[in-house]
Design a protein around this ligand. Structure first.
Ligand code: NDP
Ligand code: MG
Length: 385
């Protein structure tokens, strides 16, 4: 069980909910990090009194230092300070809740300090999953997923003896997918959708990048890769089903045919709390699931034609090596352009596919090769937008 946490990305959707949970559980906070949101960081510093507050944006760090000079909290600025926060000795758990693969080096730094990683930042596992999992195994650091689907799977496999046994006993993982705000639309309709339309998710309130990923189904593609890396399973053992109600958070089919699922009302504070309290469970104030009043649970096949990002992610997953880093880097860049209203909905899969065609794949990559693949993918998107 966790006593003291560090939250990377504390001002975001997951970061704020993590601090809610920390307050409920009475956890201490060692360090908090954000990018530019100085106002929210100031409020968090005053409430949680961390040792260290990092603003990765240098100007924001200067601003914060002035605002909180009456407190005991030290302020650091710049991207490298994220690693310093991640490695701070005081914390036993580091919650990785920054958005994008900028979280990679910090996650590795926390692993090397043998922290428990409460992993929300899926881009890290997509780009460098094998490296992250190998490093965690080498240093004996626990990786506990926060993403609701992977937390569901993690909860379902708790009866299995050890990591290797888990892999042997699983026949297949079944990730559920809400289908996003454009579910059931034709390609023509989806193509007309704007930033504002994409930001209306039916069941979850999340940061803008992941919300767009949910609309394109890239989020589910990234989650397929995340699941493959967490459990070291091949693509053919990870399936996706559409489940509009977001009540069944995911399922595991074991080799004897038993299927276990984790259900609950959609609220990220549950997987966040479990990542803190695992292997124990603690009381929570969250609304329990009422089977008699919840909507009927339905399941359907995802539409990979109207939502090609899922297929693109599965193709990258099958190719392996740096293919997933290219997919992710191109997607991050394309989603940024979509959020800036510079490109349309279907430009996202187009730019990702073009980056995949343009950037060669390296198998068994080093960290440097992964970062280079990410950079090349971003460059491809910027040059073709
Ligand atoms: P948000 O956009 O809400 O928050 C992102 C956080 O990262 C903020 O604290 C932000 O700081 C910080 N940040 C942004 N850019 C940078 C940067 N360049 N360097 C360092 N820090 C940065 O995202 P979410 O909370 O929605 O998502 C976080 C991660 O969790 C993502 O990987 C997402 O896929 C994953 N996730 C999220 C879920 C959700 O329900 N939201 C569910 C499952 C997974 P600032 O506020 O100052 O910009
Ligand atoms: Mg998820």
């Amino acid at each position: 069980m966790t006593n003291t946490i560090t939250v990377l990305g504390s001002t975001g959707s997951i970061g704020r909910q993590t601090l809610d949970v920390a307050e409920q559980l009475g956890l201490r906070v060692a360090a908090l990090t954000a990018h530019t949101d100085v106002e929210r960081m100031e409020a968090q510093v005053r409430q949680f009194q961390p040792r260290l507050a990092v603003m990765t944006d240098e100007a924001a760090a200067k601003d914060l230092a002035v605002r909180i000079r009456d407190t005991e909290t030290r302020v650091l600025g710049g991207a490298a300070a994220l690693e310093e926060a991640a490695a701070l000795p005081r914390a036993d758990t580091v919650v990785t809740a920054v958005v994008g693969m900028v979280g990679l080096k910090a996650t590795l730094a926390a692993i090397r300090e043998r922290k428990r990683i409460a992993l929300a930042n899926k881009e890290t596992l997509v780009c460098a999953g094998e490296l992250v999992m190998d490093t965690a195994e080498r240093y004996g650091a626990e990786i506990v997923p926060v993403d609701s689907e992977h937390s569901a799977i993690f909860q379902c496999v708790q009866g299995c003896a050890g990591r290797r046994e888990i892999r042997r006993e699983i026949r297949r993982l079944i990730l559920t997918c809400s289908g996003g705000p454009f579910y059931g639309r034709t390609a023509e309709e989806a193509g007309r959708m704007t930033r504002a339309d994409a930001l209306k998710h039916p069941n979850w309130t999340m940061g803008p990048k992941i919300t767009v990923d949910c609309a394109t189904l890239m989020n589910k593609g990234l989650e397929v890769i995340e699941a493959m890396r967490l459990y070291r399973l091949p693509l053919r053992q990870v399936d996706v089903v559409i489940h509009r109600q977001s009540i069944v958070h995911s399922l595991v089919e074991f080799r004897d045919g038993a299927v276990l699922a984790q259900l609950g009302t959609p609220d990220m504070r549950l997987p966040i709390q479990y990542a803190m309290t695992y292997p124990e469970r603690k009381e929570s104030q969250l609304e329990p699931l009422d089977l008699l009043t919840c909507p009927p649970l339905t399941f359907a096949q995802p539409d990979r034609e109207t939502f090609p990002c899922l297929r693109l992610a599965e193709e990258a997953a099958a190719e392996g090596g740096t293919a997933c880093a290219v997919l992710n880097g191109a997607n991050e860049e394309a989603v940024r352009l979509f959020l800036e209203e510079k490109i349309g909905f279907y430009d996202i899969p187009r730019l990702v596919a073009e980056a995949r065609a343009a950037v060669g794949v390296v198998q068994n990559p080093s960290l440097e090769e992964i970062l280079a693949a990410d950079g090349a993918a971003r460059q491809s998107v910027r040059s073709k937008q």
